[in-house]
Design a protein around this ligand. Structure first.
Ligand SMILES: [Zn+2]
Length: 174
């Protein structure tokens, strides 16, 4: 039995016969490579056999549950912030429409219907965008990213509303 034989067996972590074991023991003092391989195999076996600390599964489950709870809370507050900022932007953008409605009472009904339609489509789009963001934004997203996406959604909402306002203005009778 030569070095090649031991090296191959040790690299594959193969079971050695009693005779092979004896031969390896006499080979090891002369061969640093095989000694290193034996040490590595022993270390790997030791790592593999290490059992987790008692109660590890319970602690892990508890930590996971706590993290899920925190994630849910974050999503909840994120949704509220989205809703509030969305409503704020909507009201701010709708104020010209509201003023127009009160200054010309004859068009009040048409304007109101248009306003409601525009609001609904805006809210729908905003809600869909928010849902997508919430779905993508799993708990590990930092606050800066939340703020950024909020700003982005607000700008998106402004575009949508100003666009629908233009459409409404065009549709309204002169
Ligand atoms: Zn060797």
């Amino acid at each position: 039995m030569d070095h090649q034989h031991f090296e191959k067996k040790l690299l594959n972590d193969e079971q050695l016969t009693a005779e092979e074991n004896r031969a390896l023991r006499s080979h090891l003092p002369d061969c640093p490579t095989c000694s290193a391989l034996v040490e590595t195999n022993l270390a790997l076996k030791h790592v593999r056999m290490t059992a987790p600390a008692p109660g590890f599964a319970n602690r892990f489950t508890a930590r996971l549950a706590a993290r899920r709870k925190a994630q849910k809370r974050r999503h909840f507050f994120g949704g509220i912030i989205l809703l509030i900022s969305g409503t704020g932007v909507l009201l701010w953008l709708a104020s010209p429409l509201l003023t127009a409605a009160f200054s010309s009472p004859a068009d009040i009904l048409t304007t109101w219907v248009s306003f409601i339609v525009a609001s609904l489509s805006f809210l729908q789009t905003f809600g869909e965008a928010g849902r997508v963001v919430l779905r993508v934004a799993t708990g590990f997203i930092p606050a800066e990213v939340w703020a950024f996406s909020l700003t982005f959604l607000s700008i998106l909402g402004m575009f949508i509303l100003s666009f629908s306002q233009k459409l409404l203005v065009q549709k309204q009778p002169v």
